[in-house]
Design a protein around this ligand. Structure first.
Ligand code: DX5
Ligand code: ZN
Length: 219
């Protein structure tokens, strides 16, 4: 795990839902590092996307790591199904509304040999992360309120990105810092300056006239 490495993770949520396989392959061919999959249950967020069956179908079309972002209640309950579907990274929310034992879920993800991710929403205080330092391999700082693609980047979230980098140094830890929401060639450099190294991008990649150029621009 090298947190100096810049990684681009296109979010399949912005792709053609009737062509997930081809869209994942297109992202891989055009230079993506990971494929980001946004799973939404209509409870934790006010939208419904797709579940483990779609993850398993996409896994057949790409060799890139599947970065599975669970915006659902009880991610611990559904974890075995996402692991069986081929998730390589599993990211779970720190907010109490997700209704799980965060420490145990992170440990279960690592025990499965996957990269464990913790996610924090814009309104959640940074201090919510306090019990979990050292227990995750990637920290995803949401740069929009989750639920929908195509929203505007919230610059105030950069404070959390910088604070995460400071904690990582102070505690001598290793973890990626991811940003997700409204990431494009204008906002990615700002997130980079504050310490992010993994850039999740839906609209700016999948809706670009030239995906390879859009990924290069982010990088
Ligand atoms: C938001 C999701 C994001 C979303 C990003 O709920 O977690 O991954 O797909 O989409 P854009 O890049 O369009 O903001
Ligand atoms: Zn996401």
């Amino acid at each position: 795990m090298n947190h100096e490495q810049i990684l681009i993770a296109p979010s399949i949520l912005a792709s053609d839902f009737a062509a997930f396989g081809a869209e994942a392959r297109r992202a891989q061919d055009d230079g993506a590092d990971w494929i980001h999959l946004d799973v939404m249950d209509g409870h934790f967020v006010d939208n419904i996307s797709f579940g483990p069956a779609a993850v398993a179908a996409i896994a057949k079309h790409t060799t890139l790591p599947l970065d599975v972002h669970l915006m659902i209640q009880r991610p611990d309950h559904f974890l075995p199904r996402f692991l069986a579907a081929g998730a390589r990274h599993v990211l779970v929310h720190v907010e109490p509304a997700a209704q799980h034992d965060v420490r145990q879920t992170l440990a279960a993800i690592r025990a499965a040999g996957c990269l464990a991710g913790l996610v924090i929403n814009p309104p959640t205080p940074f201090a919510a992360l306090e019990p979990y330092w050292g227990q995750f391999d990637t920290l995803l700082v949401m740069t929009v309120n989750p639920g929908f693609g195509g929203q505007a980047f919230l610059p105030e979230t950069m404070e959390k990105v910088a604070a995460a980098r400071a904690q990582r140094t102070a505690r001598g830890l290793q973890f990626h810092i991811q940003v997700d929401g409204g990431i494009n060639a204008e906002t990615a450099p700002l997130a980079r300056e504050h310490g992010a190294n993994v850039f999740v991008a839906g609209t700016s990649v999948f809706h670009a006239p030239d995906m390879a150029a859009a990924i290069r621009a982010l990088r």
